[in-house]
Design a protein around this ligand. Structure first.
Ligand SMILES: NC(=O)C1=CN([C@@H]2O[C@H](COP(=O)(O)OP(=O)(O)OC[C@H]3O[C@@H](n4cnc5c(N)ncnc54)[C@H](OP(=O)(O)O)[C@@H]3O)[C@@H](O)[C@H]2O)C=CC1
Ligand SMILES: CC(C)CCC[C@@H](C)[C@H]1CC=C2C3=C(CC[C@@]21C)[C@@]1(C)CC[C@H](O)C(C)(C)[C@@H]1CC3
Length: 420
């Protein structure tokens, strides 16, 4: 325990410390419920009060809890199916490397097949939107419970298994940040699983159910709804296709699994990232072909930047002599690793974030410009990535020291060329 306290005392507290963590634990679920309620209300005002607060009867439903647990069970089962590859994570403090099944895309395809079978056997997919509120409530409750179990599990974990950031000794802060770096139940890596499976695939499912309900109500789905569904399906499929790349992100290599990530993965992602489709169901928008083409063009630019930048870095990290990256300019660092200073990573320090934000804008534009609500995602996401960039900058400065400072001088802009 002494070693843990010592470790905590060296790591600066993030998110405003225990007070900030406590506030976020109230604010994040409140935001999810606010958005769910406002999206279905007539005025759909992002900044106004919700039309009416639901009673416990509207929130609590044993069927919703069962549905969520069944979904979780299905995704766990798919995780254990034979994988096309087993990847190794980065080296851990005890010099070991964990193994991860690369079968997320397969899980998405199998989920779609099972869903197709279910729908043809009479499964009422179009009824799911009516259950979003009780579903979000059940998922939030289980996120609190699950984070508590993780906190308790970490009490008996060896010091080498703890995350650098979530062991301050303050229970509220540590519960929020997560204490253990890679909590596992046998081969089931909980962080890896939660980040990519139930919430991300659940988001696509919710979108599809909203599309089906729109078609039931109006005879056919709108162009705007089809575009949102297509764009976001592409985003999720891309994430699962490139699943292995997640093993080097800060969530996996640095952050513990606590309330922030558990709630973020299973509640925040499916219920707030599907906001545009929720909005469109209740506030139909007519999208002409010229505007739709313009939005597709923006999405294509965003995706091109996002995918090329991420792939360039991943290829370079895996094999710097790969012909596609071998000609790029680099800076050597004391760790033996190199930093790219030309190509996408010589343009700005986070070209992938820029592509991601442009895609987010395309998703929101499908909902027209009459309401601010569908733009919540762009606003939140920009704030998340600016904050994430600052955190990553800290880690890189620690890791690469002078070489990182040189990189920042050579590539002065963080996300938006000439501006930020
Ligand atoms: N939809 C969503 O809600 C979210 C999406 N994302 C997306 O996830 C993706 C991954 O994001 P994230 O993990 O935050 O960050 P990055 O993919 O940008 O990874 C940052 C890491 O890349 C390496 N790196 C940085 N600069 C260079 C360089 N010049 N040359 C070589 N390596 C470099 C460093 O790690 P090292 O040197 O150790 O390899 C650094 O820590 C992004 O596309 C982002 O937009 C992220 C968060 C939320
Ligand atoms: C609830 C809080 C506001 C913060 C929660 C943050 C989480 C929602 C995000 C932290 C990092 C994420 C990533 C993705 C989804 C959102 C969370 C979990 C990601 C899986 C989305 C798809 C991308 O292609 C990716 C690169 C695989 C993303 C990885 C990070």
């Amino acid at each position: 325990m002494e070693a843990v306290a010592h470790q905590g005392s060296r790591t600066p507290l993030e998110f405003g410390g225990p007070l900030g963590a406590a506030a976020l634990m109230l604010l994040l679920p409140a935001t999810v419920f606010h958005l769910l309620l406002v999206a279905r209300s007539g005025p759909a005002r992002l900044l106004g009060p919700p039309p009416c607060l639901p009673g416990l009867g509207a929130l609590w439903s044993p069927q919703a809890l069962l549905l969520w647990l069944a979904w979780l069970g299905l995704q766990v089962a798919l995780y254990f199916l034979p994988a096309r590859k087993v990847a190794e994570g980065l080296e851990l403090k005890d010099k070991s490397r964990l193994q991860y099944p690369i079968n997320g895309f397969q899980a998405l395809v199998l989920t779609a097949l099972l869903l197709g079978l279910g729908v043809s056997a009479g499964l009422p997919l179009g009824a799911l939107p009516e259950m979003l509120l009780p579903l979000a409530f059940a998922v939030t409750l289980t996120a609190f419970l699950f984070s508590l179990l993780l906190y308790l599990k970490a009490l008996v974990a060896p010091v080498s298994a703890l995350a650098p950031g979530g062991n301050s000794g303050n229970p509220i802060y540590d519960f929020f940040m997560g204490r253990e770096l890679n909590p596992r139940i046998c081969f089931l890596d909980l962080k890896y699983f939660f980040e990519l499976r139930p919430g991300l695939i659940g988001w696509v499912l919710i979108n599809l159910a909203l599309l089906v309900q729109e078609a039931e109500r109006r005879g056919s789905p709108s162009l705007a709804m089809c575009l949102v569904n297509g764009f976001q399906l592409l985003y999720v499929a891309d994430a699962l296709w490139h699943e292995e790349a997640i093993l080097t992100t800060m969530d996996i290599t640095h952050d513990g699994l606590g309330f922030m990530l558990v709630f973020g993965d299973v509640a925040w992602v499916p219920f707030t990232y599907s906001l545009q489709a929720q909005f469109l169901l209740h506030h139909p928008q007519t999208l002409g072909l010229p505007m739709a083409s313009f939005i597709c063009f923006i999405k294509a630019i965003g995706y091109y930047i996002f995918r090329s930048a991420n792939s360039q870095k991943n290829t370079f990290r895996k094999n710097p002599s790969d012909p596609s990256v071998a000609g790029l300019e680099t800076i050597s660092t004391a760790t033996g690793r190199q930093l790219l200073v030309s190509g996408w990573w010589g343009w700005v320090r986070h070209p992938n974030y820029l592509g991601d934000i442009i895609m987010a804008l395309a998703w929101s534009l499908t909902c027209g410009t009459s309401h601010l609500l569908p733009y919540f995602y762009v606003l939140y996401f920009t704030a998340l990535l600016v904050h994430r960039e600052a955190r990553d900058e800290q880690h890189c400065l620690q890791k690469y020291g002078l070489a990182w400072a040189k990189y920042c001088r050579q590539v002065p802009y963080r996300i938006l060329p000439c501006i930020y």
